[in-house]
Design a protein around this ligand. Structure first.
Ligand SMILES: Cc1cc2nc3c(=O)[nH]c(=O)nc-3n(C[C@H](O)[C@H](O)[C@H](O)COP(=O)(O)OP(=O)(O)OC[C@H]3O[C@@H](n4cnc5c(N)ncnc54)[C@H](O)[C@@H]3O)c2cc1C
Length: 388
């Protein structure tokens, strides 16, 4: 491992760390990324790869998602990261859900979105379940990448095309710029960005403890390609998403929807496990379906079948799925913090700790990293083009 000197050392090679490396390279900085694992096996390869804009918290978070979506578009060609879906179709199955969508459309966030009636929606999206369909919220903003490929390709491209140094299998123990203490010896860097994901035990752990961080465990499933012509061109969500994503859930109309869903046995059971539906399709036709949310300081590693079955029930109620054969099951964990989507902690002028404390890293990390790197170097990386 090259000991430096570097302008920026990034701790963590998940999407947040990679986004920091990219932002710093836009400013022409010399960058090293250090990760204790041999490759990223954290939250960043376990997610849907769903780059969500519509539904993000109103204000700064929604703007971060738009900017991050633009960065994914910028990377698609140079880094070879294919966009598999554009947009979102949110299937509404209750009158209360329709009221939330109508209220959302009246906000500035709804400007480019629209509500389709069931006939129009089904003609356009025949993979939706017609039963109980009241309408579809259509958003043009979203993207979808295959997370496990996208993280590997982004890492490779940052190294090969942008000259970022990567050191995997290297644990960072302490940080005192210009010195970074690692399991492979010291590294010299003028500034340091610690992007540890859900692991709050590293440098400046005591400061992360002050934020009251917890963790969220999610169940994910992959279903085999379906026979016939089933083809999703956009990600699918449903009513349960309207009470989970703050862009909708913070609207006054969401209270009635929550009451209605809690009163229904199937939806109530799903809500008890923090389930809402995201369904995306991969290049081979398989579907990635999820997810559930269980909060704990130390999530257990178990994946009860009851929770997977509840996810599949929501999927069948929303999508025209005759038969689903699950081929992969996995869990993932992200950092969680009540009432907070992310944090940029500033232990010293030349150090930042950046943690996304909600399930939004693939949607917002690029913009958040530009804020954090912009502070460290007193220059806005978003004003600079890709350095290739
Ligand atoms: C199942 C699931 C589905 C999700 N779906 C979506 C989605 O579709 N869209 C979306 O926007 N978001 C989604 N999210 C959220 C998103 O995945 C996370 O917000 C994001 O991946 C967090 O990225 P990260 O880089 O902070 O963490 P990670 O990817 O976990 O990376 C952190 C890295 O830091 C390293 N590290 C930690 N401490 C040290 C140390 N001391 N020394 C060296 N290395 C260290 C770890 O080894 C790890 O590789 C989902 C999350 C999960 C779990």
């Amino acid at each position: 491992m090259s000991q430096g000197p570097y302008d920026l050392a990034v701790v963590g090679a998940g999407i947040v760390g990679l986004a920091h490396a990219l932002a710093a390279r836009r400013l022409g900085k010399r960058v090293i990324v250090l990760d204790r694992e041999a490759a990223n096996v954290g939250a960043s390869i376990r997610n849907f790869g769903f780059v969500t804009v519509t539904g993000q918290e109103r204000g700064a978070q929604w703007c971060r998602a738009l900017r991050s979506r633009d960065v994914w578009d910028e990377l698609a060609g140079p880094a070879g990261i294919a966009n598999l879906h554009s947009g979102l179709t949110l299937a509404v199955q209750t009158e209360e859900g329709l009221a939330v969508v109508e209220s959302f459309l009246a906000t500035e966030m709804g400007a480019d979105c629209r509500l389709l009636d069931p006939d129009t929606a089904l003609a356009r999206y025949p993979h939706l379940n017609p039963e109980a369909l009241q309408g579809v919220l259509e958003s043009p903003h979203e993207r979808r990448v295959e997370a496990r490929q996208a993280i590997a390709r982004l890492t490779h491209w940052l190294a090969e095309a942008l000259g970022v140094t990567f050191a995997f299998g290297v644990n960072v123990r302490a940080v005192d710029p210009p010195r970074v203490e690692t399991s492979a010896g010291p590294v010299e860097a003028g500034a340091i960005a610690i992007c540890p994901g859900s692991d709050a035990t590293g440098p400046f752990a005591e400061r992360l403890a002050d934020y009251g961080l917890s963790k969220c465990k999610l169940h994910m499933l992959r279903a085999a390609p379906l026979p016939g012509t089933y083809r999703q061109t956009a990600a699918v969500m449903g009513d349960l998403s309207l009470v989970r994503y703050p862009g909708y859930a913070d609207l006054a109309e969401a209270a009635d929807l929550t009451e209605r869903l809690e009163a229904e046995p199937s939806a109530g059971h799903a809500l008890a496990h923090g389930i809402h539906l995201i369904a995306v399709q991969s290049a081979d036709g398989s579907l990635v379906l999820g997810d559930s949310h269980a909060y704990a300081d130390a999530p257990d590693p178990f994946q009860p079948a009851e929770v997977d079955d509840a996810i599949l029930n929501v999927a069948r109620a929303t999508l025209a799925l005759d038969d689903v054969r699950v081929t992969e099951r996995w869990t993932g964990v992200y950092a969680a913090c009540a009432g907070r989507e992310n944090l940029i902690d500033r232990p010293r002028p030349d150090v930042r700790q950046v943690v996304i404390t909600s399930g939004t890293g693939m949607s917002t990390a690029f913009a958040l990293a530009e804020e954090s790197v912009g502070e460290l170097f007193d220059r806005d990386p978003s004003a600079s083009p890709l350095p290739v």
